[in-house]
Design a protein around this ligand. Structure first.
Ligand SMILES: NC(=O)C1=CN([C@@H]2O[C@H](COP(=O)(O)OP(=O)(O)OC[C@H]3O[C@@H](n4cnc5c(N)ncnc54)[C@H](OP(=O)(O)O)[C@@H]3O)[C@@H](O)[C@H]2O)C=CC1
Ligand SMILES: O=C1OC[C@@H](O)[C@H](O)[C@H]1O
Length: 392
């Protein structure tokens, strides 16, 4: 008989930036508001590589319980025995070293996207998680949206026939009059030292739609590694600013077109006038996904005979906690259920799929001649790397 006591997960938050704050607030939102009753989350600690004070400030800002501990280093966080899982919320440049630090300490890990800077690093993380017998997952939050699950189920049930093509775009129009883009060169969006560029930050979502509609739904024995053709425009910093990828699955006769840019926008006026940025095209119809690729709120199923079903999937907000709730809680719930059930990886985004996606991104960057510095591209773990100690 199922227990009525929700399974509780104690989280340790690594880093105190923008997404760490959003995610932690989602952890603290009441699960009942999203009709979740089997799992719940506690914020046990947060760590800042800058200072303990910053971690204290962070915990205050997110209204964490008084019991939550503040650490001035990532090393202290991963050594805390009262933490079940570490959420890595540093820039992508740091993910490999930071996630390894936690895995090596025997911790379960949820690591922000893009998982790593290259495929070798992703494979090393997976090998380490396997060897340590811990849970590990890439935090592509969109995968765990009820909307994504419904779309995958529709495809698997044949609702639009054979899916032959998916076109997915996530671009932000930050073109500036001086010929640059509207991010300082030091910003993680364009700074190669922080693995900047459109692809690893935004293109990963376009690829997520390509993969969850063309690859994830393939039966296991038919999983096919894709061919990749890419066009990349480089920014003056060396990071990619506009990247277009054709991902081909020859045996399945399907193509994925993944687009990303810092120059033009998927949604030109921010009002949805540009139409669906994601189109999943099958022999019997198509599914259009509306809203930014990372946070879609509606989809349409359009059949060949003209019948259209529109499905809204709003994100529940916790009115008692300042209206918090961005949709990141669903990935946290997935982690909790995996930990409860003893699963080391999520079925929604298995290790092997994260690795194949990293292989596609690595190949794209290779074709575009984008090269990141060795300190962030190495697949050799170093607990004392500046990426782990915060010595910048
Ligand atoms: N899922 C989603 O929707 C989103 C995901 N992301 C992902 O989250 C990650 C972090 O992005 P975001 O929160 O926007 O980034 P921020 O710059 O806002 O925060 C990053 C944090 O990482 C820590 N850090 C450690 N070393 C450095 C360094 N050398 N430079 C800068 N920060 C450092 C800092 O925390 P401290 O000093 O406390 O250690 C910093 O606050 C990225 O990988 C990004 O792709 C980002 C936005 C949305
Ligand atoms: O993951 C993300 O989603 C939202 C974007 O604005 C952000 O740049 C990116 O990191």
């Amino acid at each position: 008989m199922a227990s009525s006591t929700p399974y509780t997960v104690r989280w340790g938050i690594m880093a105190t930036g923008w997404i760490a704050e959003v995610f932690t607030k989602d952890l603290l939102a009441n699960p009942a508001v999203r009709d979740v009753h089997d799992v719940r989350h506690e914020v046990a600690a947060a760590a800042s590589s800058s200072s303990k004070d910053r971690a204290v400030e962070f915990l205050t800002k997110v209204k964490a319980p008084d019991s939550a501990k503040a650490y001035g280093s990532y090393h202290e966080l991963v050594a805390d025995p009262d933490i079940d899982i570490i959420y890595v919320a540093t820039p992508h440049s740091h993910h490999f070293q930071n996630a390894m630090l936690a895995l090596e300490a025997g911790k379960n890990v949820l690591c922000e996207k893009a998982l790593t800077v290259n495929a070798a690093q992703a494979r090393k993380l997976v090998e380490t998680a396997r060897a340590k017998g811990v849970f590990f997952m890439e935090a592509v939050w969109t995968r765990y949206f009820p909307l994504s699950i419904q779309v995958r189920d529709l495809i698997s049930s044949g609702a639009i026939g054979n899916v032959y093509r998916t076109i997915a775009d996530l671009s932000v129009g930050r073109d500036a009059p001086d010929g640059k883009v509207d991010f300082p060169d030091s910003n993680r969006m364009v700074n190669p030292d922080l693995a900047g560029g459109a692809l690893l930050d935004l293109g990963i979502y376009a690829l997520t739609w390509v993969f969850q509609t063309l690859y994830h739904v393939q039966p296991e024995e038919q999983k096919e590694s894709p061919k990749v053709v890419a066009a990349v425009n480089k920014y003056h910093t060396g990071a990619d600013e506009t990247t277009s990828i054709i991902v081909q699955f020859p045996q399945h006769k399907s193509h994925g077109i993944a687009l990303t840019s810092l120059r033009v926008a998927s949604d030109v006026d921010g009002q949805g006038s540009s139409g669906a940025a994601i189109r999943i095209q099958g022999s019997e119809g198509e599914i259009q996904v509306i809203g930014p690729a990372y946070c879609p709120l509606q989809y349409k199923v359009i059949k060949k005979d003209g019948k259209v079903d529109v499905v809204d999937c709003p994100i529940p907000k916790d009115a008692e906690r300042d209206g918090w709730g961005q949709g990141m809680f669903w990935e946290a719930d997935e982690c909790a259920r995996c930990l409860r059930d003893g699963s080391k990886e999520s079925k929604s985004l298995p290790w092997s799929e994260s690795v194949v996606i990293m292989e596609v991104m690595e190949e794209t960057l290779r074709q575009g001649e984008v090269v990141y510095p060795e300190v962030i591209a190495t697949d050799v773990f170093d607990a004392q790397s500046p990426l782990n100690t915060g010595k910048r």
